[in-house]
Design a protein around this ligand. Structure first.
Ligand SMILES: NC(=O)c1ccc[n+]([C@@H]2O[C@H](COP(=O)([O-])OP(=O)(O)OC[C@H]3O[C@@H](n4cnc5c(N)ncnc54)[C@H](O)[C@@H]3O)[C@@H](O)[C@H]2O)c1
Length: 467
């Protein structure tokens, strides 16, 4: 099929590459000319596993990049809108980018095309897009507007797209439903998974991926409700972790016991410094606002947000408790991305913690395996902030080392070497990456989330004491 994808960010670029992988002819459009030039020149703008390989496979073949939305829409049967829907000042989703796309493509709806909301949008956006198309002169018979929310996770985006838990298509006409079934056919019938060239995935889907057809409104709600529920799960376990600290037990034992119940499940039950990223914070707020606008007070979501904010403060409190005073202290920070496996620092709790430490007069040396470049571009030059070349460089001479992003490689660090690099053997782990006994044996004063503080089992080296 001929497909246009508007937006070449985390979602648009992955969708475009994966549609090309499914055999479609795809034009990926962005109004950021630099981004498009870089993509045309073969650069890979985001850190995502398998993306370089798939871009190399399809660029210039089934996948083109362009800044010309009109041309792309004219040539396509299906137009996926995957532009940003950031949080507006009042907490609602800012849908102006979506509206701008709808306005622009209207002129090209001179024969039947399906316009697909791939961006995360509040319920009823579908009818606003229809209205925009109609007001700008589109004839009703020439289009349908479909909601096809995206559930990919950054870090495993390609795998998630090609091996989805479910594909949700919300359409109010059979004609549009038939078009979307053709788009996803190789995943629905499982034929993609039998190709010798298919990207390997986490499970066998040769009998086909789960494909769910709903109304447009339900599909829009499914996306917001899914993200809000995942955020709620995180805030729930964080609240439980606070109780664990107060009564002196270990949240990891508790969450293992809760998660063993298959009705609950163990995913998203890791206590930590809270959720971040470009989706959960804005989607929880937008869901709250859209509920309010239709007359429902979803105050449960307010509590989810409050607990999430409080986790960052609780982490900073631990840093203070571990170091007494903060001004002038040298702090090594492991992690800047909002989670492991990505270079995305949008709404990253790690960044906000670094900023708080700098505001308190700390001298920070930070390292992240993928997000250094983005952090350098985003964080204002600060005389007390240095970007380190690796974990040991970040830890060198530090009064404390903080873990704020759950990169698996941090969990495998040589702890003896790390401790010897540091000035004080103090680690404050906002992601519970380490085992308590392991840290005690390695000689650390170890603070984590929802677990008892551990003291070193080894006698402290004299030269480490209170320099
Ligand atoms: N990032 C995720 O993990 C994720 C997952 C699921 C859903 N989503 C949703 O998908 C949407 C996109 O998210 P993202 O992370 O890819 O955003 P992004 O900011 O990475 O990318 C958006 C892109 O759209 C482009 N754009 C904006 N207006 C445009 C226009 N008029 N014409 C052409 N291009 C335009 C921007 O230049 C940018 O490159 C959001 O609604 C988000 O909530 C994101």
């Amino acid at each position: 099929m001929r497909i246009a994808v508007v937006g070449s960010g985390y979602v648009g670029l992955i969708a475009a590459v994966c549609f090309a992988e499914l055999g479609h002819a795809v034009i990926c459009v962005d109004n950021d000319t630099e981004k498009v030039a870089a993509l045309q020149a073969g650069q890979v703008p985001i850190f995502e596993e398998r993306l370089p390989e798939l871009l190399a496979r399809h660029r210039g073949e089934g996948l083109q990049f362009s800044t010309d939305l009109h041309l792309a829409a004219r040539q396509s049967e299906v137009i996926f809108i995957a532009v940003g829907t950031p949080q507006a000042a009042n907490g609602e989703a800012d849908l102006s980018y979506v509206e701008a796309c709808a306005r622009e493509i209207t002129a090209e709806l001179d024969e039947y095309k399906v316009v697909v909301e791939k961006s995360t949008v509040p319920v009823l956006t579908n009818q606003w897009i229809r209205r925009t198309l109609r007001f700008n002169g589109a004839i009703d018979e020439n289009y349908d507007v479909v909601s096809n929310p995206e559930f990919l996770r950054e870090g495993t985006a390609i795998e998630d797209f090609l091996y989805p838990d479910r594909i949700v298509v919300g359409a109010d006409s059979e004609r549009a439903r038939a078009v979307l079934r053709r788009v996803y056919q190789p995943l629905i019938d499982g034929s993609y998974y039998s190709l010798p060239s298919c990207v390997p995935g986490p499970r066998d889907l040769t009998s086909g991926a789960r494909y769910m057809e709903t109304s447009a409104r339900s599909a829009e709600l499914i996306k917001h409700a899914s993200n809000a529920f995942l955020a709620l799960k995180i805030s729930f376990i964080n609240a439980v972790s606070n109780i664990c600290e107060l009564v002196g037990t270990d949240v990891q034992e508790v969450s293992a016991g809760i998660g063993a119940d298959f009705r609950i499940g163990s995913r998203f039950l890791n206590a930590g410094i809270g959720y971040g990223g470009s989706c959960f914070p804005k989607d929880v707020r937008a869901f709250y606002k859209i509920a309010e606008s239709v007359g429902y007070d979803f105050d449960l979501l307010q509590a989810v947000e409050e607990i999430n904010e409080a986790q960052k403060l609780s982490f900073l409190k631990k840093v203070r408790a571990a170091l007494w005073t903060l001004k002038g202290k040298r702090i090594g920070v492991l992690g800047l991305a909002f989670k492991g496996g990505t270079d995305d620092i949008r709404e990253s709790p790690a960044i906000s913690i670094v900023q708080s430490l700098l505001a308190e007069g700390c001298i920070v040396s930070a390292y992240d395996p993928a997000a250094m470049e983005k952090a350098r571009q985003t964080m204002a030059d600060h005389e007390n902030l240095r970007f380190a070349c690796d974990e040991f460089d970040a830890a060198r001479g530090a009064h404390a080392l903080l873990v704020v992003t759950e990169w698996p490689q941090f969990a495998g660090l040589d702890l003896q070497r790390l401790r010897q690099t540091m000035l004080y053997p103090v680690m404050i782990d906002g992601r519970n990456l380490f085992d308590l006994n392991q840290m005690a044996s390695a000689g650390f004063h170890y603070y984590s989330m929802g677990r008892p503080v551990t003291e070193p089992k080894l006698a402290p080296r004299m030269d480490m004491e209170y320099k």
